[in-house]
Write a protein that binds this ligand. Structure first.
Ligand code: NAP
Length: 281
């Protein structure tokens, strides 16, 4: 019998997913299921997938595999297909079915924090798997411009192509090296989707023209450990609204559990487990 859920990625030292999901599973009376870390380097990915297909009910997929996992998956939901990225897989017999709960999780974290998306111009820094889920969800929520800033132009272009194919929002690319000189005045919301500033090495701060920020703008970081990254700290010091990655973690996780088990997860228990794990950090 399949009794495992988990998260596949590398590295996973920072991940709070096991804490959150195991708390939810215990509260739901599903004591037979355990959620574990599957920390595997790229050369171990094939073997990891065979193990997951054999023993797991489902798996979350995180950095750096959200896009790379696509060829192994037999079926994808609409959310995963348009994003071209998967963060949640359900195993059915010998088949892997992928979906993406990052986008809806991110939108819910914005609405819980009173941040409007409809009609807004947005800058996303980073163009990886998480950025794809987030960008396509923002498009669906009515953003009118989504600009992408990242290091590798081909990755930025490919995300911009997706946005232009599925929606009407304007989009343009900003070279990561030119970000310090960029005009950021048009953006209502600026989102860091890179791991710069994440534990360990959390002292690193995203290079960004912080002195140009204005109080009406909102900064969001997908990182949740530490909760207050250097990027968010700069915004907070200047009186801006800042939203960390904890609520996104919570709501994308709730979306994954609902996908795997087909029932409503206990949000309050999940939130409390995360806050407890982060207490004192
Ligand atoms: P990914 O697919 O590996 O993409 C990472 C992106 O960040 C790429 O665009 C990459 O740029 C860029 N990047 C990586 N290192 C960088 C550096 N040193 N300087 C500048 N850019 C850099 O990873 P992901 O799955 O999208 O995850 C990204 C982050 O989001 C991670 O910190 C992850 O923990 C977080 N996340 C949080 C949640 C949540 O629930 N809160 C959910 C999903 C992800 P290139 O394209 O140029 O290589």
């Amino acid at each position: 019998m399949r009794t495992k859920l988990g998260v596949l990625g590398y590295p996973l030292g920072h991940s709070l997913s096991p804490v959150m999901h195991n708390a939810a599973l215990r509260a739901m009376g599903r004591d037979e299921i355990e959620y574990i870390k599957v920390e595997r380097d790229y050369h171990e990915l094939q073997a990891a997938i065979e193990e997951i297909k054999r023993d797991f009910l489902g798996i979350n997929v995180t950095i750096p595999y959200k896009e790379k996992i696509m060829p192994w998956v037999q079926e994808v939901t609409y959310e995963a297909r348009i994003a071209g990225a998967i963060n949640t897989i359900m195993i059915k017999d010998d088949r892997m079915i992928g979906t993406n709960t990052d986008g809806l999780g991110f939108l819910r974290s914005l609405s819980e924090n009173g941040v409007q998306v409809d009609g807004q111009e947005i800058l996303i820094i980073g163009a990886g798997g998480a950025a794809r889920g987030v960008a396509t969800a923002l498009l669906g929520a009515g953003a009118i411009r989504i600009d992408i800033c990242n290091r590798k132009k081909n990755r930025g272009n490919s995300l911009m192509d997706i946005l232009l194919t599925i929606g009407k929002a304007k989009t343009s690319w900003i070279d990561y090296k030119a970000l310090m000189r960029a005009d950021i005045s048009r953006y209502h919301l600026i989102i860091n989707t890179t791991p710069v500033g994440m534990h360990p090495g959390g002292a690193e701060k995203l290079p960004f023209p912080y002195e140009k920020l204005e109080k009406h703008q909102v900064l969001t970081d997908l990182i949740y450990r530490p909760r207050l990254t250097g990027f968010l700290q700069e915004g907070k010091d200047r009186g801006l609204k800042v939203v960390d990655g904890l609520d996104m973690l919570l709501y994308q996780g709730a979306g994954s559990l609902a996908f795997w088990l087909g029932c409503e997860p206990p949000i309050d228990v999940m939130r409390e487990s995360l806050l407890e794990a982060l207490r004192g950090e």
